[in-house]
Every structure is written in structure tokens, then in C-alpha cells.
Design a protein around this ligand. Sequence first.
Ligand code: NAD
Length: 406
Amino acid sequence: MFRGQNRGGWFLTSDPIRVGVAGLGRAFMLMVPTFDADDRVILTAAAAPRAESCAAFEAKYGGTAYRSVEELCADPSVEAVYIATPHQMHVDHVLVAARAGKHILVEKPLAITMKDAETMVSAASEAGVHLIVGPSHSFDPPVELAAKLIARGDFGRLRMIQAFNYTDFLYRPRRPEELRTDEGGGVLFSQAIHQIDVVRRLAGGLGKNIYAMTGAWDPKRPTEGAFTAIMNFQGGCVANLTYSGYAHFDSDIWMNDVGELGQLKSPNSYGNARRTLADIDSKDEGQLKETRTFGRGKTIMAKHNEHFGPVIALCDHADLKLTPDGVEVFGDTERSFVEAKFGPAPRRTVIDALVAAVRHDVVPAQTGAWGLASLEVCHAILRSASTGRPIDLLRQCGTTYEETTG
Ligand SMILES: NC(=O)c1ccc[n+]([C@@H]2O[C@H](COP(=O)([O-])OP(=O)(O)OC[C@H]3O[C@@H](n4cnc5c(N)ncnc54)[C@H](O)[C@@H]3O)[C@@H](O)[C@H]2O)c1
């Protein structure tokens, strides 16, 4: 019997969720410590095209590793599917899972196009299954904590958010399509989506409009690697989102040297991404990426909560600074720190959401409709940058549960 804590309070389950995994690549690798540490889920099957990953999955977890998502979704041992295949495949794989009656956790971004996202949300709704989009950094416990503190209203109204992240994203090994914007490449669909999710989570979700500029500055990697945007929310909050995947300055320095995945960063790792890329032939880049996947790569040991760079939320009576361990509250006359629990592994809150949805029919913030709204913001950033105009946001949604409970 496992006793877990969820937003709405405590629940008990002796019945772990039987999860099938579609795609045993990098994203799955990042979920391995979470799945392994949390008794509320067991992995019962997988689907992957590479024999090496399939063999590694069966050796570690038992069950069957299929070669297709269709076969995975036909397996009666699977009740929920975690879809961790490349962006462009999310739509087909979500439709297969929904039609098979499986609950779905799909990696961000929900889809590349708004049309696909709409089809996916409708398919899940028609099938009566839960569709959760994540993990994204909006699940990070310090973000959840800050959202709750803001929603409680003790600090007055939320006025402004600064979200800032400088990384080497564009120089990590990539599949070719990850460097082509119209196929979902670049920092918008893979990275902005995190920052948008975080900011929307803090501000309640309902964006009004956005004005943005993007940068595609490296002809060898011809996609957007940076952006800055001003996003207005219903209710009056304004957020500034800035991201560079070309960075030399690493903003994790301002997060106590804790990396995005909650790991301690060594100063000796400076420049590794560019150095490694410079040492290989570009045709070998896909193979280099594969060395980070299941059956080959190493899992990362987190010591803190994950994060997506410095975030500061300004309210009337306090400024909240998110850290990997919680929220620093700079009040009118006092300064304090509220801890956000870490462990037993990172991404516990993603499993909280899955359990709440599948076992208790409690809808998390990050539904399919939520993922669609965040995707709308990605497209609006691109459109604003190309037209030079602010773009109205028309498909936004708020959080669907009460932040102040729990
Ligand atoms: N939340 C996060 O922190 C995070 C981190 C990395 C990636 N992602 C997301 O995960 C998704 C995958 O990205 P990635 O970096 O892991 O890519 P990846 O290339 O490392 O992994 C994708 C995997 O899918 C497999 N695959 C391809 N076609 C398949 C099919 N038809 N059926 C089953 N498996 C198939 C590939 O063999 C590969 O192992 C993307 O949408 C990305 O945005 C999320």
C-alpha cells in the first residue's frame, strides 16, 4: 500500500498504474529515476524501433518491448501510455493510444501544429481518457509552490514575472529535424514551451497577447536559438520571457550551480557541448544523440528539484524568487524561505498528476487543452517576430483545479 500526497490532500493506492512507454530515447532516460523510485507506477511494456533499447527495457523491467506503438497500445497490461517519441510523432501516437482507451502522458510540446493539437484534445475527450502534457517545468515543485502562494493572495496581486534562461541548447546533439523550425525544431517548440508553461502556471494560465523577437544567428544550425517576449495576461500581469540556446554565460550559475535536471554542475563541464560538437562530423550527430538514450546513456542523479532558469514573480507585497529548493519570499518588512520538497526522485509531481487523473479522476493543470494553449503561445512568438506586431492569444485556458487547496 502506497501513501502519496497530492494537491487535494492524501490518497491511498495499492494499485500501481501500469504504464507503457512509447519511445526509449533521451526523454525516457530523464524519466527513468522517477519511474524507478515511485511505487505508484510500474512499467509493463514499451515500443521502440531500436533492438538495443527493446532488449535493455525487457532486461530491466520485464514485459514486452514492441516495435510499434500500435502493438504497445493493444497490450492489455498497459493502462496508460507515456509518449516520448519525437514531436512530429506525438499526434499519431496520441490518436492510437486514445482509440485503444489508454490514458496518456505525452511529452511537451503536445504537437507541432495547432490543428494536430486540436485533433489530439478531441480524440482524448471522445475516448474518455485523460491527456496530460508533460513533464514540463511547470511541474517543478518550486513552481507549484509559488503558484499556490500567489493564488492564496497573501502577497496581493501578481504584477510582473521575469523568466530568464541562458543555455547551450542549440549545441547539444540533435536529429536533423530538430534544427528545422517548420518540423518543430529550434528553441521555440522544445524550450520556450517550458518557460511558457512555467509563466502561465504562475499567472493562472490566461494569456492575452504577446510581442516577441527571435534570433536565428548560427547559419550552421539554421533555426531559432533565442527569443525574448513580453506576454500580457488577463488580470493585468505582464511577463518577460527570455531564452538563449546560444549562451556562453550559463544562467544555472544564478540557480546555485544546480542544473536544469536538479544535478550539481561542475565548473569543469564548461564548454562541453560546443567542444563535443566541434570534434565530430555533422553526419554523426544523430548517432551521438543516440548515445544518450536508453540502453546506452547514463541516468542523471538529481540532488535538488529541477528548474528552468531564474524566475522572479513580483506581487504587491512580496517578490518571489524561485530556487531549485523552494521559494525565497522578499516581503515588505521580512524575508523568508519556503521549502519545496524534493524526492524521492525528481518529477514526483508528474506521477502525482498521473495518479490523480487515472485513479481519482482529478484533472491536473497540464491537460491537453493546457498544452494546446502553451503551443499557441509558441506560434504567437514566431508570428510576432516575423510580423513585428503583438499577437492576440485566443486559445488560452486557466488551471482547472483550485490552487489554494492542499
Ligand atoms: N520533458 C523533458 O525534459 C524532455 C527532455 C527531452 C525530450 N523531451 C521531449 O521528448 C520527445 C522526444 O525527444 P528526445 O530528445 O527524447 O528524442 P530521442 O530521439 O532521444 O528519443 C525519441 C525516441 O523515439 C524513438 N522512436 C522513433 N520512432 C518511434 C516509433 N514509431 N515508435 C516508438 N519509438 C519511436 C526513437 O528510437 C528514439 O529513441 C520530444 O517531444 C521532446 O520534446 C522532453
